[in-house]
Design a protein around this ligand. Sequence first.
Ligand SMILES: [Mg+2]
Length: 223
Amino acid sequence: MRSWAREEVGVPICFDLDGTLGHFSSGFILLREALGEVWGQQPTVEELRLCRGSTDWEIVDELHRQRFGLELDEAGYARYEAACLARFREVFGTGGREAIGYRGVLDGLHQLAATRQVWIVSGNAPALLLFKAEVLGIDPAIPRLGSLPRHGRKDLLNRALSGSPGPHLYVGDRPHDLAAAQALGLPFVGIGAEVPGTHVSLPQDTDAEILVSAIRTALGAAY
Ligand SMILES: [Mg+2]
């Protein structure tokens, strides 16, 4: 059996952000408003509901194809990203609405980051991810990887983990997080009640120590 210290070398643990580390209410409303600003008309709730992807690129690309019959390009994605960031800054900036941070999960993230490689791998467009991570008080030294053009969640995870010896692990809150982990053969720890399965599952108000212990156990089982 490997020791904790041995595991500390090059073993990235990846965390999703929304619903895993905290919650920004009305996120999809702001996404629709941002696209309304860029495209002149907001996508409908129904159009958004029909999207199968879980990352901003995938969702905005699907909506773009529905609306214009064309694939989204990098410039169009950059316009969405800037508009969405502006909406979030307006709503969640100083004196605005408060985001909810899951304190125990955030503390656990920082405890792990003291001895291990930890990444935030999220479906948010990169600039939006930087803003949300800052609002949640996440150590700037922890690398963030947001939604890139033509990348699904599995591709993002693969990118964060490439070149690092395993086992790795993903912490997430939705079936699409679990699916991405499973597609890459990663152990998975679930946060909240919206990701059913046989993996370890913890509530959003879990204690940091319980989270760290669960991750350690899941990593150990992966050896
Ligand atoms: Mg999530």
